[in-house]
Design a protein around this ligand. Structure first.
Ligand SMILES: *Cc1c(COP(=O)(O)O)cnc(C)c1O
Length: 287
């Protein structure tokens, strides 16, 4: 476990960027998923629960993180996987770490607590972990990213799926009263809802800026421009981006600098939230 995660300075397209390498914390429990799981695992241990039950899509970084973390901690894990039964490299890795997979139709998947009740009502050993690890424990873990910073930044960027990570970062920024703007890039279409999600956890949104135009068509959608950006950034910096989350955020950073919205000489920190195995689902596009 590489903690605190290092900050690397890179230069790309003539601009300097600091990268908080949460992708290096652990190869499989990577990035923000490690941050989210830290206190979830602690809570499960305190409650003496040995079997984690969780939820995710067929290419979920969260499932892989849970699978690897439970294996390491001698716990059991079962995942309800959204949709019809499929096999892919990500799910194969999950199974390799000993995770049990239960495919579930999209309708039933909507009702996670009902599923949990239905299947595990009489099992005192189980612990419910929400999709993506969303929880108050996750927020505490994500706020610690800010507490690890030893210097100030004008701007911090992060990608958002549910907004839990962003909420934790904002909590950290507000708590330490930093003069830092948090820029959040939703990776889904219609990402305006992310500010409501964040507001459920953190009421002071003054330091928050949401950029909703960098979804590239929607969740897990890509364009040739995005794929080329990943190739260019990775070969120029040695830092691999995933096509679902971090590449969209990183693209946004350089686009906002290009447009003059972020000043060229500003000190910018990008949070690399990991998830690079997401590239396995899009690997054909890179050949
Ligand atoms: C899950 C994930 C996110 C999204 O985190 P949220 O807290 O759901 O917003 C961002 N980046 C990566 C690499 C992820 O795996």
């Amino acid at each position: 476990m590489l903690l605190p995660s290092p900050i690397h300075q890179v230069s790309f397209r003539g601009k300097s960027l600091f990268v908080k390498r949460d992708d290096l914390i652990d190869p499989f429990v990577s990035g923000n998923k490690w941050r989210k799981l830290k206190y979830i695992l602690q809570d499960a241990a305190e409650k003496n629960k040995k079997h984690l039950i969780t939820f995710g899509g067929a290419y979920s970084n969260h499932l892989l993180a849970i699978a690897a973390a439970t294996a390491k901690n001698h716990l059991k894990a079962t995942a309800f996987v959204r949709g019809e039964e499929v096999s892919n490299p990500m799910l194969t890795l999950c199974k390799l770490f000993g995770m049990q997979l239960r495919f579930i139709d999209r309708q039933s998947y909507q009702h996670k607590e009902a599923l949990f009740e239905e299947h595990y009502a009489n099992d005192s050993n189980v612990y419910f972990v929400n999709e993506g690890g969303a929880s108050k424990e996750a927020l505490i873990g994500c706020a610690e990213i800010i507490e690890e910073l030893k210097e100030g930044f004008d701007h911090i960027f992060c990608a958002a799926g549910t907004g839990t990570t962003a909420a934790g970062l904002l909590k950290g920024i507000n708590k330490l009263q930093l003069q830092t703007t948090l820029h959040v890039i939703p990776v889904l279409k219609g990402g305006e809802f992310i500010s409501d999600e964040i507001a459920m956890y953190e009421s002071d949104l003054n330091k928050l800026q949401l950029h909703t135009d960098y979804h590239f068509g929607g969740y897990a959608k890509t364009t040739p421009e995005l794929i080329n950006f990943i190739k260019d950034f990775t070969s120029s910096t040695g830092i691999l981006l995933d096509p679902i989350y971090t590449s969209k955020m990183c693209y946004a950073i350089f686009d906002l600098i290009e447009k003059g919205i972020i000043k060229k000489d500003a000190k910018v920190l990008m949070l690399h939230t990991g998830g690079i195995f997401g590239i396995l689902g899009k690997i054909d596009q890179f050949s």
